[in-house]
Design a protein around this ligand. Structure first.
Ligand code: PGA
Length: 240
């Protein structure tokens, strides 16, 4: 793992965009694995700004998202479908038919997404990390061998995400469809972003902890091409 510590969230986002720009300019039809949540918003802003400045285009770029809630309509403002359209897809020239998100409620729906991923060959996978070390919605205890699957969200994840649902945990969906760790591990390059002291334990576990299903992100220690970009607060518990 290559670890880059940046001063703050903005510097982290700008550094992440350097890797993204290299990917999308060196390969016009690059396949991106995309993430939702607060962490990648700054990266998406950098992508949109550089696109608007005329320096990049997305007309042949393909994307696959990590996850989606079960049980809310895709047009719900907090669905990941809505998030991606609001923060990126509607602001650049990516073709709608080139964007993919998991969708549905059952393992058969997860299997349908998994079938699409089999031919995807993701060039650059963007990841945030949960306070509990999850990547995508692969919660602690998830087998590293799993593909796309239906997930029961943990209390800690529901708690973390209730800020998007009027701070009411009862409004947060209880399940999601998520790419599995096995899918993430197939990406050619993985970019993990983390900001804030509440991510410091998860970042330490991912980088310096033992490789264990109790910390899903620790699986990335076995991936040959991972870049971790964190701010100083998220790096604050690293020993080196
Ligand atoms: P966040 O979520 O970017 O909103 O902190 C990250 C995650 O839970 O994977």
């Amino acid at each position: 793992m290559k670890v880059i510590v940046c001063k703050d969230y903005d510097a982290m986002s700008k550094k992440a965009y350097e890797y993204m720009k290299e990917c999308i300019t060196s390969k016009k039809n690059a396949v991106l694995g995309l993430a939702t949540g607060s962490t990648p918003v700054g990266l998406y802003k950098e992508m949109v700004a550089d696109y608007k400045a005329g320096n990049t285009d997305y007309k042949d770029i393909v994307s696959y998202n990590l996850d989606e809630y079960v049980g809310i309509d895709r047009n719900h403002p907090e669905s990941y479908y809505s998030f991606m359209h609001k923060n990126l897809f509607d602001l650049v020239d990516i073709k709608d038919e080139n964007t993919h998100l998991p969708c549905g409620t059952t393992q058969a729906d997860a299997d349908a997404y998994e079938a699409q991923l089999q031919n995807a060959n993701i060039d650059l996978q963007i990841l945030g990390i949960g306070r509990n070390g999850h990547i995508g919605f692969n919660e602690p205890g998830t087998s590293f061998d799993m593909g796309t699957h239906v997930v029961d969200l943990t209390e800690s994840t529901i708690e973390a995400n209730c800020r998007f649902f009027d701070n009411d945990p009862n409004l947060v969906p209880k399940q999601a469809l998520s790419m599995g760790i096995a899918d993430i591990m197939k990406s050619k390059e993985v970019l993990v972003l983390a900001s804030g002291v509440e991510k410091a334990d998860a970042v330490k576990g991912m980088i310096e902890g033992s490789v264990t299903e109790e910390c899903p992100a620790s699986a990335l220690q076995n991936h040959p091409n991972v870049i971790v970009i964190v701010d100083e607060a998220a790096a604050s518990k690293l020993s080196k």
